[in-house]
Design a protein around this ligand. Structure first.
Ligand code: AMP
Length: 507
């Protein structure tokens, strides 16, 4: 009955007829939700959407706690032909005003705790319907679902219809809504399922947020498409993940998951029966990869992707998972390294901007034709804005965002090269290298360094240690020591925040 809806069919195929199998176990109380119950509820969500006046193609914006109900709403939107639009739970009402104004959803779902603040915002944006989902899943959306009879007939949707809009995290300028089609989501999750060998025997620890591509599409869709199950956590919780590991086979995380888990006692024992650890959304330090392997015996599998493209590359399942690399282009993904000025493909080994093409790539930015034309070429290649190179064995290395490239005295400086040198110094936990305006050099290299707990790190010490290691133009003109780096919820270092903080060091 799902055949006519491209993505719903593919999300349901592996579990069809296996209604009693567990799709999701709540880590909080161990209660299990079967595939039958989940899809039954998702169908009732779709009926509720229709009764609220949500038409195929309408956006459904959601800023709500990570709950089973939010996942049901996601699949309900797919079934109803609506466009699911999840929003970061950290956004403030004034940020929400921008998203609702831009996306003009037919329905906005929020946490009841924020209803007072967000109702006027939604009304000002002309949003007709508002419902709620609370941390425990209760709220007016679930009530609407429960008032519906089962048996929703999915709205027919083709491969090129929109399934979701995800706004980019955009640290500079306006956040852009990446339009993702049924085929982009389906093809990427099927590829990952096969590449990472997910089956109905897998139990994934699901601790990522579901407003972002990683937790929503990679973790959830791969589980559904494999007919496997997940242990569902409302967020990262090291103790809960440790407790879940003996029951699980796989974990998907951002690098900070792994650095935090490494501080847990009993990690080696807990991780014994696990099959796979995946990391992505931000660079995994080679040191974390090495320590994880030393403690657990597992090589973390690092992959690279983004909101606009889903996942592009992955380290191999069977072959060598190399620290500091993001592996090979996934099947069906073309990847080239291009000259940032001309767009010409560069010879192997050179650093340039990564461009990717494939079914995984988005359909453009919502209502931003000029931005779309700037970043998505007519031949289908998307200009990622990430700088990288391909080594002699074909592994892709990401060296940073193009906008983080530092040009000092006319020379290109790649922050990652300097960060790696600094991270290797005794007493250093991690670092971030940025360029800030400088009257002589245009930009000057500034290093922000975080010491290991209890270690002493000084500006002079770092500068002295790097003096013999790096060409003069790459050496930091200033070293700032901080207790931690600013990060967003996906663990990405916020370099724009550092640049604005230290922008006038040389003024
Ligand atoms: P987002 O759209 O929030 O998923 O962010 C995508 C960006 O995260 C990419 O363009 C990269 O800059 C970065 N990213 C994702 N995965 C990795 C990785 N494994 N290594 C380095 N950077 C990554």
């Amino acid at each position: 009955m799902y055949d006519s809806n491209y993505l719903a069919h593919r999300l349901r195929r592996a579990s069809a007829g296996k209604e009693d199998r567990t799709f999701l176990t709540h880590a909080s109380d161990g209660s299990a939700v079967s595939y039958g119950a989940f899809f039954h509820n998702a169908g009732r969500m779709a009926s509720a959407l229709r009764n609220m006046g949500v038409e195929p193609g309408d956006r459904v914006a959601v800023q709500a706690p990570k709950t089973q109900e939010m996942l049901e709403l996601y699949v309900g939107c797919v079934l109803a032909g609506a466009v699911f639009l999840p929003l970061n739970t950290a956004y403030t009402p004034s940020e929400i005003r921008y998203f609702l104004g831009d996306a003009t959803p037919a329905l906005f779902v929020c946490d009841p705790a924020n209803l007072g603040d967000l109702t006027p915002v939604a009304e000002a944006c002309g949003v007709a319907q508002i419902r709620t989902i609370a941390t425990d899943g209760s709220g007016s959306l679930r009530e609407a679902r429960d008032a519906e009879a089962p048996g929703f007939d999915p709205v027919p949707r083709g491969p090129l219809d929109l399934a979701a809009i995800l706004y980019t995290s955009g640290t500079t300028g306006r956040s852009k809504g990446a339009m993702l089609t049924h085929r982009a989501l389906a093809s990427n999750s099927e590829t990952l399922r096969d590449y990472w060998r997910f089956t109905d025997q897998d139990v994934l620890i699901h601790a990522l947020p579901i407003f972002h591509t990683h937790g929503l599409f990679v973790a959830t869709n791969v589980t559904l498409m494999a007919g496997g199950s997940c242990i569902f956590l409302p967020g990262f919780d090291a103790d809960a993940i440790m407790a879940a590991m003996p029951e699980a086979t796989a974990l998907m995380g951002v690098p900070t998951f792994y650095t935090r888990l490494l501080q847990q006692e009993g990690l080696a024992e807990a991780a014994k029966g696990m099959r796979l650890f995946v990391s992505g959304s931000a660079p995994l330090l080679a040191e974390t990869h090495d320590r994880w392997r030393a403690v657990t015996g597992h090589a973390i599998l690092e992959r690279y992707g983004m909101t606009e493209t889903n996942m592009n590359t992955s380290n191999p399942y069977d072959g060598d998972r190399r620290a500091g690399t993001v592996g090979f282009p996934l099947p069906g993904v073309e990847l080239k390294i291009c000259d940032p000025e001309t767009g010409e493909a560069l010879p192997q080994g050179e650093i340039g901007v990564l461009e990717v093409r494939g079914d995984n790539v988005f359909a453009g930015y919502w209502q931003m034709p000029e931005k779309t034309a700037e970043e998505l070429r007519e031949d289908g290649f998307f200009i990622t804005g990430d700088l990288g190179r391909i080594d002699e064995d074909g592994y892709v290395h990401i060296v940073g965002r193009a906008k983080d490239l530092i040009i000092s005295g006319g020379f290109n400086v790649y922050p990652k090269e300097i960060e790696e040198k600094i991270d290797d110094l005794p007493g250093v936990l991690e670092s971030a290298v940025i360029g800030v305006p400088h009257p002589d050099f245009g930009e000057a290299v500034v290093a922000v360094v975080v010491p290991l707990a209890g270690a002493e790190v000084s500006e002079a010490g770092v500068q002295e240690a790097l003096a013999g290691e790096l060409a003069k133009f790459k050496q930091p003109k200033r070293v700032i020591v901080l207790p931690e780096l600013p990060r967003n919820t996906m663990g990405k270092v916020q370099k724009a925040a550092l640049r604005s903080e230290y922008g006038d060091l040389f003024a």
